[in-house]
Write a protein that binds this ligand. Sequence first.
Ligand code: HEM
Length: 422
Amino acid sequence: MRLHILSIILFFIAACSSQPKTESDQTSRTPGPQPASVSSATTSIIAPTPSNYEMKVSGRSFMMDGYQIPLHNSENIPAEEPDAIKSLNDIMIAFFKKQYASGGPTKDPATGLVFQGTRRGVHPRSHGCFKGKLEVNPQLQKNVGIFQKGASYDVTLRFSNGSPQISGDDRSIDTRGFAMKVHNVPGRHLLGDHAMISNETMSQDFTLNSSVPFFSDNAVRYRDFMKILSLEAPTLEDAGKRFIIQLLKQGHPLIAARVTNAFSNIRNVKVTNPLGISYYSITPFQHGSGPDADVVKYKVTPCRGEWQESILANDKFFLRTNLIKHLKNKSACFKFMIQERTNESLAVEDPSKTWSEKKSPFKQIATVQIPVQNPMDEMDCEKMIISPWNTIPEHKPLGGINRIRLPTYLMSVTKRRQTNHY
Ligand code: HEM
């Protein structure tokens, strides 16, 4: 039973940061395929460039998908990472083929929308998208990036299940996602004037999941697991078993233990309404300008504490039902918090190690207000492109697990836009 739950979770996880102030924050793009730009009344829609999964490390920066991205002082790219990223490409292609093998249209069982092509590589099952406001505390120790004392931004929120299965049953053990797009932020995008993986030029995205820590310590291990799952194991259960056994055989009992702990934490999150639980960035992000800027992790938590409510046992989509019902009648609110990297023992390259809340408690720096409303149009929600790499330099994603997310989200976005023609 334990392994069964484990393997479901493994399936999800597998599939599954103003103007730059210093020169070292400036990301440059080499000549290459230019993104196609389509004007709309309010935004400039940028067609993402296909990802090639090539990573070249040079000095204290790396080049990926044509972008030269400077490293923060806390980052160190392991020698094996570029190879791991490259081989993840083949694995992701195999994964998409497996997921959408029929090639025919698929109907989303909750929304009724019909798709000709692929959906998000993970997190395709949406509970709904909603509008809100991000209100930055009027009192802050210091202004950093979008977090300027008293600033207020329009946001769009998308709540989801992590599982790659669109049929995803809310009664299954899963990670729940909280994705937030902050609109009209000041400054320049980390990836240049034309954000490669955004459908808005000036927005700042945050992606959080419902538990810590991450199951994989680095890109190599993440690739190893994806290989087992997509290409070798006959079943999901078998993939989970093989992954743990492989870690133990390779002489990594501590990592195997952390993996087991990560799964058990996912299993322990009791969720009856996506508005009633906390979410974590899991991985770290830069908090300021330059290679020696502060580093933080994010958390959002319900303003009046976590809660549970009743559910209809025969409703496969009770999270969606309860969320929509709640916001039809009542507003909601989350505290937006940061956990500072108060000393160097708090790992940047390894998100399977949790940062102790005793050593560094989360502190509220902003509030997410969600007024009474109906959910956004389902197709507009589907088309949203939310990625940790859609960021201004001050909130740059850090560490190996974040680095591999750059080509992977890009590939997922590219596939779904190309195959569904939007
Ligand atoms: C480390 C912690 C991670 C967190 C907190 C996280 C969170 C999320 C969330 C909330 C979404 C849904 C975004 C939306 O609603 O549009 C998402 C999408 C996605 N995630 Fe992650 N994720 C993590 C790691 C990873 C990793 C390591 C990979 C693979 C290398 C990955 C691959 C994806 C993909 C492919 C999508 C769909 C992108 C799209 O087509 O829009 N994630 N993630």
